[in-house]
Design a protein. Structure first.
Lengths: 333, 333
DNA sequence: GCAGCATTTGCACACGCTTGCAAAAAGCGC
DNA sequence: GCGCTTTTTGCAAGCGTGTGCAAATGCTGC
């Protein structure tokens, strides 16, 4: 390792002709320093290129300023968008993001998380697919604040941010009925995430209120390929559905492509489709998918605001609304 | 902030009946401890739930174990895939990733980077779009190792990982000629990234060798929308191109959609298209885009291997090959 | 000038860890 | 058992910072 020599507060103090504590205080908002010395310190620091060592500061303050983002399927459009928004907000709040990838289901997940705990992260935001309760407990047990996005496991003391999936699902039923559809289907993955299941159950419930049954097909993980497989199953039935609500835009894209290119169905004339997430691809002119936009900006803002507030942060549950974006995959928008 | 009390090495030492140094050594690979005491320590640590405090360790060792990933456009398919691979490899190597988002072009980029330097990151990997030299210099000046992916600015002491964009570009010309195309065009963004420019220049050079001119159109940032705009410009020319090489798959998707839905062209019969990156969407059946796959796994592995090697790591330049993936957007694959 | 007060400042200790150094223990050949 | 070498252990001095406390300084009103 190359010898790295950083300037320390001592050197700054010497150059500014003050004590080392003065330097420390100059970099601590709200500390007791006169403006005169603060200026002297800041100038000396500037000249020397001094940067407060956050490892040492974290050690003293018992507060590292690190927030760790625990996420699987980072490369997925929805997740990566949320990730972008979160890192942006964190940076604005003066925090720093540590990224934990839980794609590998072997022990490396836990190893990575322990790694983060060793850095004494102040908080964790979980937007991971796998609902591994042991992970969340490990976080809380180590005194971190915890934000759970779209997973309503009842973890007391944490901030839960969820969408009103039921309400959204019922709006889809209304839309489908208005489009004159009657053979409803739901396309899901086998992930079994709380929010995915809520969309499914909400859809079924709302359909039943209108006296309609719903065909449910689930397959694999929540991606494009799964959409194709589900399409295969749904569109070869004797009673072919004329409306499919997909738990996810990726599923919807896969299903849509299969419906068009494999079954030569035209959308929305022969088949109406609604997705969820409003990923970028949903607006591409090959899809023009009617879907729900998650309030990603608001989610990120709420999360960061909660975890960077002072004092004791008590558990809270936040339910946000998803916005229905009308495009061309449902008749009669 | 909730009172967080972690168990310290002292407590472990007491419980195991050894000195604090013994605990420290038990957690340091290659340190001088007998197996007997190491076992005693590990057991006591297990029982107490002890985790080495990496802030303190980093302070002592002058080596934090933190690698910071500096990236813009995180939500983009190619970037997020690379990000996934990098975090995975880093975790495997026992390092931890700090994510710096440089999307905002205002001062927050530099502020975020300084933030990372304050945590004494050992290394930075730059996969950011903006070629801000001041950033890279700041990293090097603070003694970090530096990995630059797809940006060949000559930064001595860093590891440069690049693709052979020229070679790839020349293969595209060959493919287009074999498909019987003669009116070649190149679609680019205005980002001006070294790798994007290399694709453009390589394409032009290779075409000229075959006695062909290339129409070049650039617009905006490297995304879907830009592809549509460029399509607008290219496909309304009197001499409409019959083959377009797009600097990026996103551009290609936008261009393809516009060509089909707006200009009613059929691909590849009336227009051949080649992209770059092999993002997931390129394989979707609405596109089936012929494109180049970046060896993302290899890039990540090389990067992590280089930055986690012991001793002095001297600058190095690595050129990898992109794999041409034949799909259906060029005639005669 | 002085008492009385608020504001600044420096000292010194703490944070939790690593590591050089010397002392202690263990191993070995006889 | 004794000398010798090798391994293991504990001590203590750091790493760069924050902060309580007491001393010092600066004000104010008389």
């Amino acid at each position: 390792m190359s010898q790295r020599d950083f300037v320390s507060a001592d050197e700054v103090a010497r150059r500014a002709g003050v004590s080392r504590s003065a330097v420390s205080r100059a970099f601590t908002p709200g500390a007791s320093v006169s403006d005169a010395t603060r200026q002297k310190v800041l100038q000396a620091a500037e000249e020397l290129g001094y940067q407060v060592n956050h490892l040492a500061r974290g050690l003293m303050r018992n507060e590292s300023g690190i927030v760790c983002l625990i996420v699987s399927d980072v490369a997925t459009p929805y997740r990566s968008t949320l990730l972008r928004e979160l890192t942006l907000q964190l940076q604005l709040a003066g925090k720093v993001a540590m990224l934990i990838n839980t794609d590998r289901s072997d022990g490396s997940v836990n190893r990575a998380l322990e790694q983060a705990i060793r850095y004494r992260a102040d908080a964790s935001v979980i937007l991971s697919g796998l609902p591994d309760k042991s992970i969340t407990e490990l976080c809380l047990r180590s005194g971190q604040r915890l934000v759970l996005i779209n997973r309503d496991e009842d973890q007391s003391g944490a901030l839960h941010i969820n969408l009103d999936d039921w309400e959204a699902a019922s709006r889809v039923v209304t839309a489908f009925m208005r489009a004159g559809c009657s053979r409803l289907a739901f396309a899901n993955s086998e992930a079994g995430t709380p929010s995915l299941m809520a969309r499914e159950e909400g859809f079924i419930a709302a359909a039943r209120e209108h006296g309609l049954d719903v065909i449910v097909e689930r397959h694999g993980s929540t991606g494009y390929e799964a959409g194709r497989v589900v399409a295969q199953r749904l569109l070869t039935r004797k009673e072919r559905p004329d409306a499919v609500f997909c738990a996810t835009d990726l599923l919807a894209c896969g299903l849509m492509d299969a419906a068009r290119h494999q079954f030569s169905l035209s959308i929305p004339q022969q088949l109406c489709i609604v997705g969820f997430d409003d990923i970028e691809q949903a607006s591409w002119s090959s899809y023009r998918l009617t879907t729900f936009a998650q309030p990603i900006g608001a989610i990120a803002r709420e999360a960061v605001a909660w975890l960077s507030q002072g004092g004791v942060a008590d558990g809270r549950s936040l339910t946000l609304q998803a916005d229905l974006i009308w495009r061309d995959s449902v008749r009669g928008g």
